[in-house]
Design a protein. Structure first.
Length: 355
């Protein structure tokens, strides 16, 4: 990295440590940020640490947590490796090379195994303790985003799409331990992204990004039961779900917006500006907060005061490329991808303030 870039990153992290985040003015629905020192109440997030990934290039993808072995796993999508980090200290425990395009991860506590969904090579099942490969299985090309159904203990995986390249996409239901396929839902679309699964109901919500609608699927029949057009913006991609209030949190990329939808009707409840280049939206049920991690260099924090009442509480300065995240108890982890830049790949973690 250049000396100038290094200075910029160092200054950004130092500023984070001092201020924690910037808080938005309610008068403009979050259009301008002010220093948290001038805002009432504690900051929702406070930087607690960071770690570098020297030599890393390209983008990171999604996280998984191994609570038994106290490990955090991160998919190194474009550097073809899986990163393993100590959840307490943030220390890098191992960098596992040899993957094609690792996208999504699933921890299986019953067997203490970590499944790595690979879009180019056979998916691997790791012993979460020893980090050795126990077995592999092949999924259809382009395996990427996933959603886990605790009712059936099955995993739903998006496959196909433009990255393969393929003109259509499929959502398949599999046994995560073996890769056995139970159902396949076809989409005449080449860009299908994130999904959210009801754990106490029968529905799956999935973003059909290039067609600009959210599809509702009955997970028992595998049939599409509704298509809700996203009217406020284009390229709906990340999604999260608050099952208690039946509210969906959908993020668009053109432009960046966070939309709160009624999961029973598809109606828009609220809309906020969101950071550009977002790969992840996270619902934190414990604090009733939504975290929108964006590559633009900040994470938007939106608080739920009721099923139909939301406000942007803060815009937390992160780093360019910091666009995937996961909640881990009272900590939020965010991966900052170098992308096409020469910046250092980083992992940031923040303490979450209670409400």
């Amino acid at each position: 990295m250049t000396f100038k870039t290094q200075l910029l990153l160092t200054a950004t992290i130092a500023a984070l440590a001092l201020t924690g985040c910037a808080k938005s003015s309610p008068a403009d629905n979050g259009a301008a940020a002010i220093n948290t020192a001038d805002a009432a109440g504690p900051a929702p997030l406070k930087l607690a640490g960071s770690v570098d990934f020297p030599g890393y290039t390209g983008d990171f993808d999604h996280f998984a947590i191994d609570t038994k072995d106290n490990k955090l796993f991160l998919a190194g999508e474009e550097f073809h490796e899986v990163e393993v980090v100590d959840r307490t200290t943030g220390k890098i425990l191992k960098r596992i090379p040899g993957y094609g395009a690792p996208h999504s991860l699933l921890y299986m506590p019953e067997t203490n195994e970590m499944l790595v969904i690979d879009g180019e090579k056979p998916s691997t099942v790791l012993d979460a303790d020893t980090l050795q490969v126990k077995r592999t299985y092949k999924l259809p090309a382009g395996a990427d985003s996933v959603g886990y159904d605790a009712q059936t203990k099955h995993l739903w995986v998006v496959t196909g799409g433009k990255d393969v390249p393929q003109k259509d996409s499929n959502l398949i239901e599999i046994d995560p331990a073996t890769g056995k396929i139970f159902k396949s839902v076809h989409f005449d679309a080449d860009h299908v992204e994130a999904l959210a699964i009801e754990q106490n109901g029968s529905r799956i919500f999935i973003n059909v990004t290039d067609k600009n609608y959210l599809a509702v699927i009955d997970k028992n029949s595998g049939k599409v039961t509704a298509q809700w057009h996203i009217k406020e913006a284009e390229q709906n991609a990340p999604v999260a779900y608050d099952e208690a209030t039946h509210r969906l949190f959908v993020v668009t990329r053109k432009p960046g917006k966070l939309l709160v939808l009624n999961a029973d009707t598809g109606a828009t409840i609220a809309a906020f500006k969101a950071p550009e280049r977002t790969d992840q939206v996270v619902w934190d049920a414990a604090t009733r907060r939504v975290y929108v991690a964006g590559g633009e260099g900040y994470t938007s924090v939106v608080e739920q005061d009721g099923a139909d009442s939301y406000r942007e509480a803060a815009r937390v300065t992160t780093l360019p490329g910091a666009k995937t995240a996961i909640v881990d108890g009272n900590r939020l982890w965010i991966a900052a991808s170098p992308g096409e830049s020469k910046a250092m790949g980083k992992l940031l973690w923040f303490d979450i303030a209670p409400r």
